[in-house]
Design a protein around this ligand. Structure first.
Ligand code: CP
Length: 310
């Protein structure tokens, strides 16, 4: 089977076959990350530019490690130390980078649609490392990889995602990918943080965290995206933590063996208590570990034979 996507812009465009191929490819790459010499020549001669307009610890480091482990030449550009601060537009910046003939640009940007905008204008492959509140496909795929690793399947799992759904690209990418793969998705949070009509995308919506947790196989906690909220959507962080923070008592409402996930960065004491974040059911650092293998798979697959359109 051939992977027919030149770009990875979101999980919405991915079929169940695409997602399965990405997860299976990541599975085959995962072992490389445990070797003494963590390098294979798969992408030798390819150049990847990591163009980050927003802060990142996990995604940027993970992509760079994935590129280096596949022997690609990796170049990092931060908006804060580039000519963006002199007023250069996204399109001009991207066209100038493209003139140096990279094979792939990995982009994170605060504007929803930024990755798609570049994909329509440039010849190289584009991988979306997070665009505004729109999508964060590599995060969702590593989340699915981690669920499959623990449960052996995605189909039939009940996945509860709790927090600032409106501003969460992680929630959107997970919603698309999980429903495509046959999971049941529950979204929960204050009414001010849930987009109206989102249930039309095939999920259940709850404002009661307790109801959303009942019998869940996976509990995914989200950070409140204060940097994306134009106005305050909650009375106080203390009140938010009381009603929507995960602690040991609330976790007991989920299945006994429920996985606790978080994309990071965590606000301990707000959406998650330390005894849960560090407790026996958490797989948070496994998510980070699996992110390298999943990003290796994405870089490899977009470098293969492609169709004209994503
Ligand atoms: N999960 C995630 O996107 O983390 P970073 O913002 O650190 O990349």
């Amino acid at each position: 089977m051939t992977f027919l996507h030149k770009h990875i812009l979101g999980t919405r465009q991915l079929s169940a076959q695409d997602i399965t191929m990405i997860l299976d490819t990541a599975e085959s790459f995962k072992e490389i990350n445990t070797r003494d010499i963590k390098k294979v020549p798969t992408l030798r001669g390819k150049t990847v530019v990591n163009l980050f307009y927003e802060a990142s610890t996990r995604t940027r480091t993970s992509f760079e490690i994935a590129e280096k482990r596949l022997s690609a030449d990796a170049v990092n550009i931060s908006a804060s130390s580039s000519s963006v601060v002199k007023g250069e537009t996204l399109e001009d910046t991207a066209r100038n980078i493209e003139a140096m003939r990279p094979d792939i640009i990995v982009i994170r940007h605060s504007a929803s649609g930024a990755a798609d905008y570049l994909a329509r204008r440039l010849d190289c492959s584009i991988i979306n490392a997070g665009d505004g509140a729109h999508e964060h496909p590599s995060q969702a795929l590593l989340d699915l990889f981690t669920m499959r690793q623990h449960r052996g399947r995605i189909r039939g799992l009940t996945v509860t995602i709790i927090g600032d759904i409106t501003h969460s690209r992680v929630a959107r990418s997970n919603l698309f990918a999980l429903t495509t793969m046959g999971a049941r998705v529950r979204l929960a949070g204050p009414g001010t943080m849930i987009p109206p009509g989102i249930e039309k995308l095939g999920c259940e919506v709850f404002t009661s965290m307790e109801e959303a947790l009942a019998g869940a196989d996976v509990v995914m906690m989200l950070r409140i995206q204060l940097e994306r909220q134009g106005r305050s959507l909650l009375p106080s962080l203390r009140e938010y933590a009381r009603f929507y923070g995960l602690n040991r008592d609330k976790l007991q409402l989920a299945r006994e063996d429920a996985l606790v996930m978080h994309p990071g960065p965590m606000n301990r004491g707000v959406e998650i208590c330390s005894d849960v974040a560090d407790g026996g059911q958490n797989v948070i650092l496994e998510q980070v570990e699996n992110g390298v293998a999943v990003r290796m798979a994405l870089l490899y697959l977009v470098s293969g034979p492609v169709a004209d359109n994503p």
